[in-house]
Structures are given as structure tokens and as C-alpha cells.
Design a protein around this ligand. Structure first.
Ligand code: URA
Length: 234
């Protein structure tokens, strides 16, 4: 791959910015100052540095994040901090997308990747990947059998939508785990609303077999290998 293409893909600037940086001696390849922006480099094996900071190239990145409340599941937002905005070097240089958004006030597991195939496998309604949420309710849980059969809610377009049977596991008088196979707008909140309750706290702990790493404090993330992702989502 050309050096300027590698750096351009990783958002080091426009082609002319990169040309200027190379001409100014700010880029090294295997410890030698590069003079030609068109130099052929092997992105996997050449040690490229920009202003003495190693340039990390990966074709695919898979990140597990513990999204805190108050952070939007988006790449950009005019008002709130975003999940993608929390990423630091080198991950801020990849064009990642979020696999299954969480509401502003929902915490927990987010997967971010630039691998469209994995993204599709996680979010495609056909894949029916179970998402697990810890729920805290305003009122005692009571009879939740309607959630296990399927309940009518409104979808993101405010159209009536009957949910697939969910799995509910009580964990306390006002708390439970719920596993759902869909991801409609505010789905868990709307499901509990449909049975006369209200979600006061929501936290996603798993997507398929991918479980939120307990070592990740809210707002932190870690890279996963492709094998780890595949093992978890099949
Ligand atoms: N269901 C919700 O209501 N909110 C979320 O953030 C995720 C699932």
C-alpha cells in the first residue's frame, strides 16, 4: 500500500497534508525518514511513525465498550458526548460503527467495529441475537408472563409491533434480567410500560455470548479479537 494511502485511511490528513508532512520529515518507515509519499509499505509489517508516534494499522477492529449514562450511541452529536468520541489513539483513527445503539440513559455493552459483516450479524433482525439487560423497575415486577408470550408495543415509527417472546429472570422485587431478540427503539422500556411498569435503570450486559467485561469501568473499552467475537455471536 502507498504510504500516503495508509496515512489517509487512518485520517492523518488530506493527501496534500500528508505530502507536506512527508516532505517535512515527520514520517518514518522502519526508523528511516520517508521522502516519498508514494513509498510502498506493508501495512502489517512496516514500522511507520508519524511525529515519532507509531502508526497502528489494522484492517478490522472490534471494540467492547461499557457505555456510561449521558453518552450518545453515535459518531457525532451536537449536544452530548458520543461513544465514538470516547475512543483514543489508535482507535480514534478507524471508521467504526456501533452495533446496536443504547439510549442516552442506558448503560452497558456496546460493540464498535469497522467490519460490516460482523455489524450485520449482530444487528440484522434475521440473526435474532439475544441481548441481555439488567432492569430496575419503579414498581414490583409482578406478573411478567405477557412479556414471555410477546406483547404489543409501538416501534420507532410509532407503529404497533408485537415483540417476540422474551426471557425474564427475576433477581429481586423490582429487578430482573430480560433477554430479547429484537432491538426496536426503547424496546425494553416500552415492553415494561405495556405491562404497567416503568424502567428506572437499564444496563446491557450481553449480546449473544459476548458478555460485558466486568473489568471495564463505565466509559472504558477494550479491543477484542475476531475469534472472540465469532465465538460469542457465531
Ligand atoms: N431497550 C431500551 O428501552 N433502551 C435501550 O437502550 C436498549 C433497549
Amino acid at each position: 500500500m502507498r504510504l500516503d494511502k495508509l496515512l489517509g485511511n487512518l485520517k492523518y490528513g488530506s493527501r496534500s497534508d500528508i505530502k507536506d508532512a512527508v516532505k517535512a520529515g515527520r514520517v518514518t518507515v522502519d526508523g528511516i525518514i520517508a521522502s516519498d509519499p508514494g513509498l510502498d509499505v506493508n501495512p502489517e509489517t512496516s514500522a511507520v511513525a508519524f511525529d515519532d508516534t507509531p502508526v497502528i494499522y489494522k484492517k478490522w477492529v472490534y471494540l467492547m465498550m461499557n457505555k456510561p449514562q449521558g453518552v450518545v450511541s453515535a459518531n457525532e452529536d451536537a449536544v452530548h458526548p458520543t461513544a465514538v468520541g470516547l475512543l483514543k489513539h489508535p482507535y480514534d483513527r478507524f471508521d467504526v460503527s456501533i452495533c446496536g445503539r443504547l439510549d442516552l440513559d442506558t448503560e452497558g455493552l456496546l460493540v464498535l467495529t469497522n467490519d460490516g459483516d460482523v455489524l450485520h450479524r449482530i444487528i440484522s433482525p434475521k440473526a435474532e441475537v439475544f441481548k441481555t439487560y439488567e432492569v430496575e423497575l419503579k414498581h414490583p415486577l409482578g406478573d411478567y408472563s405477557r412479556l414471555e408470550r410477546g406483547v404489543q408495543i409501538r416501534d420507532g415509527k410509532e407503529q404497533p409491533f408485537v415483540t417476540l417472546p422474551a426471557q425474564v429472570e427475576p433477581t429481586g422485587e423490582r429487578t430482573c434480567l430480560i433477554r430479547i431478540r429484537e432491538g426496536k427503539f426503547h424496546q425494553v422500556k416500552r415492553m415494561f410500560e405495556a405491562i404497567g411498569n416503568e424502567v428506572v435503570q437499564l444496563r446491557r450486559t450481553a449480546i449473544g455470548g459476548l458478555v460485558l467485561d466486568p473489568a471495564l469501568a463505565p466509559g472504558t473499552y477494550r479491543e477484542m479479537s475476531y475469534q472472540e467475537v465469532l465465538r460469542a455471536i457465531g
